[in-house]
Structures are given as structure tokens and as C-alpha cells.
Design a protein around this ligand. Structure first.
Ligand SMILES: Cc1ncc(COP(=O)(O)O)c(C=O)c1O
Length: 442
């Protein structure tokens, strides 16, 4: 094992520090180290203070020379957590990406994940390791955030808002981009306003009435194609269906088959006019469990990157597949009521909830944090109510027996996309900050 200049053991592999909290820890460590070295340490400390501005600039990466030299103890990511923090397990995230990518490849489909879940450039780089070349954004802001990261194309899968055409033109000068069109008024505005190449999907109504054109509405479809044919910039790319009613717990196979058939019909009908037309189908419950996607060209699920308790309930994954958990500090314990009060509420978790048959509510399930990540206890404890900042855990006897005020607990979220959006950043298990488009560092 390597040693520092004063002989303390150094585990080079695990050493890292990314912020001032670690610097503070370092100073404390130095002061306590050994009284007989006080004078030497005093000298070293003044030397260290001289170097501080330079070190602060250089110590942003875990490979920093200064961190390797001076940090005698490897730090746990847990030492960085004082307030609610979204923790990400890279291994689980990569396994989720790899599994879906392999499924798509095995069926000859292109996987274009919806990046509304992760909303991160760094996690985007992990996705590229599995051959993923394109992503979907839920807004033009997210598309702007992901622009310039080497994506072949970013699709904005929200019915396009024509007030954003100037932003779209700016984005399209730098990035392959496609948008979602659900009416001829939007197609007309795009045809008139675009100054750069932009492709578009026509979104078809999957049958639950959220968005999209009825596939039988030929007049509207023709009106859209007519607008596009008059533009040198607006190009038809294909048909898109998001069968979101798989979330309502109805017959998943039936829903997916209906969507596949609708896409196949549309492709067959328009192929002679648009020989390059593609079809895209995307939702996590369907893509996670089904193996056969028929003639669909592209898959566009998003939540599978992290999964969550809602997906566990729908049968898309197990709790072990959930890649993020919210670390929250314990602020009070009520043993008489078997309750634990945490700093972690709606502004951190979002307000998504599972409601059971007996009427009880679950805003997230408790996991036990450790230096390597978290474990799922066999005795279930869950967040039974939340307000803006507060959360109240219904705790098992086992949890109550082991917990103290000031401890940290992990919460598996009900809806990971919303929790990530609330939190605006991630902390990895090796103590690195991972970006999120919302960009808030706690
Ligand atoms: C248009 C569209 N496509 C794809 C997705 C991804 O679906 P999921 O969250 O089930 O992965 C969504 C999710 O909201 C969506 O709105």
C-alpha cells in the first residue's frame, strides 16, 4: 500500500475529494493526527494554506494529484451527505441500459431511450457504451442541455409548441433534431418558420386520449403532409406511439399488440410515398416485459434506465433493479407510534404515491445505506405521508431498533423520473457529482 509523506496509508484507488467538506475533514484529520508532530504539521498546514487556491482549482477530479497526496483516508460517499441527496448506483444503471439495448439488438430494433428520466450528460455517456446513438427529450430545454454531446439525433417527444420555433432553429444549426407533430396547424407554422433541417414524427393516439392523431383521421394526416411537402426544411420521419395506458394496469400484451398493429398498418400504407418511414413505440412497462415487437423499427422507453416502485408494482422489474435512492437524514423517532420523521418530502421525492387496497399510501420504500450502496431489508418500512419538506416513515420493529437521530436512510422512489427532476443532481457511490439538466447541487 502507498504511504503519504508522514506515513499514513493511502489507498490510491479509492481516494477522492471533490469539495470543501472533504477539505474540512482533512484539516480535522491533520490536527488530531499526533501531537508530537505539531510543529511539523503547523509548517505543513501553512504550506497547505499557501497552496489552497491552486489545489481548489485542481482538485475537481478524483485523480487529482493533490487529493492522492494529502487525503489519508478513503472517504465514503455517505460522508458527503448532510441534506436529502439522490444517490445513483452506476452498476445498476448500466445493467438496465445494457439489458434493454441487448433486447433491442436481438430483435433488430433501434433503441432510442427517452432521456426525461436521467436528464444527464454523464449518464448519456454510459448509454453510448451500449451502442445508443440517439435520445429523446421531453422539452426543448432538455434538448438544448443534451445538444453538443455527440448524439446523432435528439427527438423532442412533446407535441411541438410553435412559440419555440426560433429556439428550434438555433438548436438545429448545431444538432440533428426531430419533433413531434399532432396537427396541421403546427406543421404549417413549422413549414413557414423553419430555417434549418428538422424532421418530424406524427404521433398517433395510442387509445387513451392523451395526445396524438387518430390513425383513421386521413384528412388531418394529409394536411400535415401537404404542409411538409411545401417546405425545404421540414421532413417527415415516421409514426410514433407512446402506449401510456400500460400504466393503468390493463392487459399489457393486448395494448402493445394494438400499438404494434396500428404502426404496422400506417407504415404499410405510407411506405410507397415515404420509403424511409420509421415507426417508434415506447413505454417501459411494455418494453421491459415483452420480447416481440413485431415490425416496429425503434423502441423509445425511458423509465427503465432507473426503474422505480411503480415499475416493480407493474411487474417491469424487481426492487434490486432500481438504480437510484433518495438519502434522507433522520430528524426524529417516535417509537410509541413506530414512526420516523425524515427530512425528505414532496420537493425531494415528488408526490407520486402507491395506494394499496386497504387504503394505505406508500411514497417510497426504505433501504439501508452502506459504503457500497444500499441493501433492501426483509422487513418493509415505507414513507406513509409527506408534506413539502417532511416525510413520515411507518417503520418496522427492526428498523426502529437500529435507527438514531442523525442517521441516514435511503428511499426507493415511486416515480424515479420525477424524483430525479426534483433533486437536479446525483451522487455516485464513489462520491462523484453526476449532472442533471435541472442542475441543482444540494
Ligand atoms: C411521448 C413519450 N414517449 C416515451 C415515453 C417513455 O415512457 P416510459 O416512461 O414508460 O419509459 C414517455 C413517457 O412519459 C412519453 O411521454
Amino acid at each position: 500500500m502507498a504511504k503519504t509523506s508522514w506515513g499514513a496509508p493511502v489507498e490510491l484507488e479509492r481516494m477522492q475529494a471533490t469539495n470543501l467538506i472533504e477539505l474540512a475533514g482533512l484539516c480535522t484529520g491533520i490536527c488530531d493526527f499526533d501531537k508530537s508532530f505539531n510543529r511539523i504539521l503547523g509548517f505543513m498546514l501553512s504550506y497547505f494554506l499557501d497552496l489552497l487556491p491552486l489545489m481548489l482549482r485542481k482538485m475537481k477530479t478524483k485523480d487529482s494529484f493533490y487529493i492522492r497526496l494529502i487525503n489519508p483516508m478513503p472517504m465514503s460517499y455517505l460522508d458527503q451527505i448532510a441534506s436529502p441527496t439522490l444517490v445513483i448506483d452506476e452498476k445498476i444503471t448500466r445493467a438496465n441500459l445494457e439489458k434493454m439495448a441487448n433486447k433491442a439488438i436481438a430483435q433488430g430494433k433501434k433503441l432510442v431511450p427517452h432521456w426525461k428520466t436521467a436528464q444527464s450528460r454523464i449518464i448519456g455517456n454510459w448509454a453510448k457504451d451500449y451502442g445508443i446513438r440517439e435520445v429523446t427529450a421531453s422539452s426543448i430545454s432538455l434538448a438544448e442541455y443534451l445538444c453538443g454531446q455527440g448524439w446523432d439525433c435528439i427527438h423532442i417527444a412533446f407535441p411541438f409548441n410553435i412559440r419555440e420555433i426560433p429556439r428550434l432553429n438555433r438548436l438545429a444549426t448545431k444538432q440533428g433534431i426531430s419533433v413531434q407533430v399532432v396537427n396541421s396547424a403546427t406543421a404549417k407554422a413549422l413549414a413557414e418558420g423553419l430555417t434549418e433541417q428538422v424532421e418530424f414524427f406524427v404521433e398517433l393516439d395510442a387509445g387513451y386520449g392523451r395526445t396524438g392523431i387518430q390513425s383513421t383521421d386521413e384528412a388531418e394526416l394529409e394536411a400535415i403532409f401537404k404542409q411538409a411537402s411545401g417546405s425545404e426544411f421540414l421532413k417527415f420521419k415516421g409514426f410514433y406511439i407512446h402506449p401510456g395506458h400500460t400504466y393503468y394496469g390493463k392487459d399489457m400484451d393486448k395494448i402493445h399488440l394494438e400499438s404494434q398493429e396500428a404502426l404496422a398498418k400506417m407504415k404499410a400504407k405510407y411506405l410507397h410515398r415515404f420509403p424511409k418511414v420509421v415507426t417508434r413505440l415506447g413505454d417501459t412497462p411494455g418494453c421491459a416485459v415483452r420480447e416481440d415487437f413485431g415490425g416496429v423499427d425503434e423502441l423509445g422507453p425511458g423509465n427503465f434506465v432507473f426503474f422505480d416502485l411503480m415499475q416493480v408494482q407493474l411487474g417491469s422489474c424487481t426492487k434490486e433493479d432500481i438504480a437510484v435512492c433518495l438519502a434522507v437524514p433522520v430528524v426524529d423517532i417516535r417509537k410509541d407510534r413506530k414512526e420516523i420523521l425524515i427530512h425528505g418530502g414532496g420537493v425531494h421525492l415528488a408526490k407520486d404515491v402507491l395506494i394499496y387496497e386497504n387504503g394505505s399510501k406508500n411514497f417510497g420504500e426504505i433501504v439501508l445505506l452502506n459504503d457500497k450502496g444500499w441493501t433492501i431489508p426483509s422487513h418493509i418500512s415505507f414513507v406513509k405521508s409527506i408534506s413539502q419538506e417532511h416525510g413520515i416513515i411507518q417503520a418496522s420493529d427492526e428498523l426502529l431498533a437500529s435507527i438514531q437521530v442523525g442517521d441516514l436512510l435511503g428511499i426507493l422512489p415511486v416515480h424515479s423520473c420525477m424524483t430525479a427532476d426534483c433533486m437536479g443532481s446525483y451522487l455516485s457511490l464513489d462520491g462523484q457529482r453526476i449532472d442533471h439538466a435541472e442542475g441543482r447541487i444540494n
